[in-house]
Design a protein around this ligand. Structure first.
Ligand code: ADP
Ligand code: ZN
Length: 660
C-alpha cells in the first residue's frame, strides 16, 4: 500500500495478540530498568559527593595542625584525608556556620604521597602532646561498584531490546519475543474508524461491480447459503502500485460494515523460522473470531511467489512454509464461514499456481492505471475536501497527468494544497496544481513511468497503426479497444477479439502479421523514422513467420515439410534437422515474408493516412478508443459477419509494446 491517504487521517489501532483488542502495556517490563539505573546513579552521587568540603593545600593543612585546630583526620582509602576541626578551629574558620561541626568534615586534602603526609603531620605537631594521628578508613563506593556491573547488563539488555524492536517493527510492545508469532495485522473497525466506501473509490467501475457481490454476501449471507451458493474465499486484486487495491478492499469492508484486517505479505516473513506460519495461523484465528470480516493481504507476492523456482537456493523454506500455512488455512475454513481473503499484487504471473486453485484465490480482479475518465473522477474525489480557486478545471488536470496512478493524483492534490498554503493563498489555483504535477513528475521520472508529449504522440500513432491496418484487413482479428494508457512495461496496447478457430489459413496468418507490423509502419509513414518501441511486435512477427515457413509448411519454396518436433525430446537431433542450405532458404523466405507484410502495412496506411491521423488524434485526446470510434472514422467493416463465433474470454491477445 502506498501510504497516500492524505485526507483520510485514519489511525489504525494496533491489533495485538489475544484477539481481544487489548492494548499491550507498552514497555513496562523494560522501563523499570531505567528506574533502577537512575536510582543507582543518584545513590552513587550521594555516596561520593559528601557535603562539598573545601579542598585545601598542604600549607593550610600544616597551619591547621600547628595551631591545634584539628579534631581528627581520617584517611579514606589511603587517598584522601578528611579533616575535622575542633571547637576552636570552628570558631576561627566557620564562626557563623551551623552546618559544620566537630563531627562533619571541614576540609579535605589530597596528599601527594603518604610518607610525605605522615611526615608533615608529625613535624607540625612536634611540640603538641595531644597530636592527632590520621586514622585510616576504608570506604566502599557502593553505588559506583554496583553500577559498574549492572551497567553492562543494562546495556546488553537495551541492545537486545533495540534489535527486537527493529525485527518486529510496527510496535509489538513489551514482551516482544513472546509476541513474535502473533500476526501484526491492523484492524480497521467500523466502530473506531472513518468508513471507507465505494464513494471514495473513483473509477474502477468493473472492479467495483465484481466486488459488489462480496459486499452483498457479507451483508446477507443467508440469502446465498440458503440456496447452497458458494462465495469465493479469496479474491486477488492485480494491478500496479497505487491504483487503489487497498482502497477497494477497504471499501468492501466499509460497504458491508464488517471488520477489516490489513497486513502486508512481507510482514509474515521474519528472520526466525516458523514465525510466518504461526502469524498466518494467528491472523486467521483472529479473523474467525470477528467473522464475518475481510482479511486483506497486501503484496502477497512476498510469500506467494512460485515455489518451484529457485529451488536450488534453498533459502526459501521459511517463505514456503508460510505459503503452505496460508493455503492450509484457506482450505481449512468452511466456504461460508464469512471470512473473505482479499489479496493484492502487481505481479500475478509470479504467484504460485496453487494459490489460484479453486477454493483459494480463484477470482482475479484487474485494477489498472486510470484512463482519462478515471483520472478525472479520482481528481474529483480528492478535491472534495480542498478549497479550489475558480480557474481549476478537472478535465484539464486529468489531461495533464497521463500515466499517473490514483496515489499519484492524491499526491498532486495534497501537494497543490501545500503549495497554495505556502503562498498564503485563500484557495488553490490552477497554477498550484500544475506546479504540483511538475513536482510529482520529477519524482516519477526516476521510476521511468512518465511519458513526454512527443512520446505520447509516437505511441498514439503506433497504436493507431495497429488499429487501422487490422480494420482494413479481412482476416485480421477484429479490434475491441486501443489504449495508450501505460500498463506494466507496455506503453500502449490494442485488444483484439480473437475468433475461435481451430485451423488458421495462410491468409489469416499473413493478415495478422500485417496488423502486427502496422504499428511500426505507422511510425514510418507519419514520422519518416522508426523507434525501438516495436520490439514486441517484431518478436511476435518473427516467430510467426518462422512457424509458417518451417513448422506449418506454408511456404512454396520449403514445401510441405515441418521441422517441428512435437515430442520435444530432440533425441536424434544433433542440432537442426535441416541442412545449411535449407537454413539459408528458411531465413530468406522468412525475411521476404516479413518484408512483404511490412510493405503491405505501409501501403494500407498510406492509403488511409487521413483516417490514421484522425484516429491518433482521438487517441491522444481520449487515451482509450473502441471499435465504435474506428467505425466513425473508417465506416463499417464490410466483411464482419454474424456467423463468426467470437469467444469473449480470450481477451489476453494483447499487443504490447515494450520500452526500448
Ligand atoms: P495500492 O494498494 O493499489 O498500492 P492504495 O489503495 O494504497 O493503492 O492507494 C493509495 C492511495 O491512492 C489511496 O489511499 C487513495 O488516496 C489514492 N487512490 C488510488 N486509487 C484511487 C481511486 N481509484 N480513487 C480514489 N483514490 C485513489
Ligand atoms: Zn505495437
Amino acid at each position: 500500500m502506498n501510504g497516500n491517504g492524505n485526507f483520510q487521517n485514519q489511525r489504525p489501532n494496533q491489533f495485538n495478540g489475544g484477539g481481544n483488542g487489548q492494548k499491550p502495556k507498552k514497555g513496562i517490563g523494560f522501563y523499570w530498568i531505567y528506574i533502577v539505573l537512575v536510582a543507582f546513579f543518584l545513590s552513587s552521587l550521594l555516596f561520593n559527593g559528601r557535603p562539598s568540603a573545601e579542598e585545601i593545600v598542604r600549607s593550610k593543612m600544616i597551619t591547621l595542625l600547628r595551631d591545634k585546630h584539628v579534631e581528627k583526620i581520617e584517611l579514606v582509602n589511603g587517598e584522601e584525608a578528611e579533616i575535622y576541626l575542633n571547637e576552636e578551629g570552628l570558631k576561627r574558620y566557620f564562626p557563623d556556620s551551623k552546618d559544620v561541626t566537630t563531627r562533619t568534615v571541614a576540609y579535605t586534602y589530597k596528599p601527594m604521597s603518604l610518607d610525605q603526609f605522615v611526615e608533615d603531620i608529625e613535624k607540625a605537631q612536634v611540640d603538641n602532646p595531644d597530636a592527632v594521628d590520621p586514622k585510616p578508613v576504608t570506604r566502599h563506593n557502593w553505588g559506583g561498584e554496583v553500577l559498574s556491573w549492572i551497567l553492562p547488563i543494562v546495556i546488553i539488555m537495551a541492545f537486545w531490546f533495540v534489535i527486537m524492536r527493529l525485527m518486529g517493527r510496527g510496535g509489538m510492545g513489551g514482551g516482544q519475543i513472546f509476541n513474535i508469532g502473533k500476526s501484526k495485522a491492523t484492524l480497521y473497525d467500523s466502530a473506531n474508524d472513518k468508513k471507507t466506501t465505494f464513494k471514495d473509490v473513483a473509477g474502477l467501475e468493473e472492479a467495483k461491480e465484481e466486488v459488489m457481490e462480496i459486499v452483498d454476501f457479507l451483508k446477507n449471507p443467508t440469502r446465498y447459503t440458503k440456496l447452497g451458493g458458494k462465495i469465493p474465499k479469496g479474491v486477488l486484486l492485480v494491478g500496479p502500485p497505487g491504483t487503489g487495491k487497498t482502497l477497494l478492499a477497504k471499501s468492501v469492508a466499509g460497504e458491508a460494515g464488517v471488520p477489516f484486517f490489513s497486513m502486508s505479505g512481507s510482514d509474515f516473513v521474519e528472520m526466525f523460522v516458523g514465525v510466518g506460519a504461526s502469524r498466518v495461523r494467528d491472523l486467521f484465528a483472529q479473523a474467525k473470531e470477528k467473522s464475518p470480516c475481510i482479511v486483506f493481504i497486501d503484496e502477497i507476492d512476498a510469500i506467494g511467489r512460485s515455489r518451484t523456482k529457485n529451488s536450488f537456493s534453498g533459502g526459501n523454506d521459511e517463505r514456503e512454509s508460510t505459503l503452505n500455512q496460508l493455503l492450509t488455512e484457506m482450505d481449512g475454513f468452511g466456504t461460508n464461514s464469512g471470512v473473505i481473503v482479499l489479496a493484492a499484487t502487481n505481479r500475478a504471473d509470479i504467484l504460485d499456481k496453487a494459490l489460484m486453485r479453486a477454493g483459494r484465490f480463484d477470482r482475479q480482479i484487474y485494477v489498472e492505471l486510470p484512463d482519462l475518465n478515471g483520472r478525472r473522477e479520482i481528481f474529483e474525489v480528492h478535491m472534495r475536501p480542498l478549497k479550489l480557486g475558480a480557474d481549476v478545471e478537472v478535465d484539464f488536470l486529468a489531461k495533464q497527468t497521463p500515466g499517473f496512478s490514483g496515489a499519484d493524483i492524491a499526491n498532486v492534490c495534497n501537494e497543490a494544497a501545500l503549495i497554495a498554503a505556502r503562498h498564503n493563498k485563500e484557495a488553490i489555483s490552477k497554477q498550484d496544481f500544475l506546479d504540483a504535477i511538475d513536482r510529482i513528475i520529477g519524482g516519477l521520472e526516476k521510476k521511468n513511468s512518465v511519458i513526454t508529449a512527443s512520446e505520447k504522440k509516437t505511441i498514439a500513432f503506433h497504436e493507431a497503426g495497429h488499429a487501422t491496418t487490422s480494420w482494413m484487413l479481412e482476416f485480421a482479428h477484429p479490434l475491441v479497444k486501443v489504449t495508450i494508457v501505460p500498463r506494466g512495461k507496455a506503453l500502449g496496447a490494442a485488444w483484439y477479439l480473437p475468433e475461435e478457430r481451430q485451423i488458421t489459413t495462410k491468409e489469416q496468418m499473413f493478415h495478422e502479421m500485417i496488423a502486427t507490423l502496422g504499428g511500426r509502419a505507422a511510425e514510418q509513414v507519419v514520422f519518416g523514422h522508426i523507434s525501438t518501441g516495436a520490439l514486441n511486435d517484431l518478436e511476435k512477427v518473427s516467430k510467426q513467420a518462422y512457424a509458417m515457413v518451417s513448422y506449418y509448411g506454408l511456404d512454396e519454396k520449403i514445401g510441405n515439410i515441418s521441422f517441428y518436433d512435437s515430442t520435444g525430446q530432440q533425441e536424434y537431433s544433433f542440432g537442426k534437422p535441416y541442412s545449411e542450405k535449407t537454413a539459408e532458404i528458411i531465413d530468406n523466405q522468412v525475411s521476404m515474408l516479413i518484408e512483404k507484410a511490412y510493405s503491405e502495412a505501409i501501403s494500407i496506411l498510406e492509403k488511409n493516412k487521413d483516417g490514421l491521423t484522425k484516429l491518433a488524434e482521438k487517441l491522444i485526446d481520449k487515451e482509450v478508443i473502441f471499435s465504435d470510434d474506428l467505425e466513425e472514422i473508417f465506416g463499417k467493416r464490410p466483411w464482419v459477419t454474424e456467423e463468426r463465433n467470437f469467444s469473449r474470454k480470450k481477451e489476453d491477445d494483447v499487443d504490447e509494446k515494450s520500452e526500448s
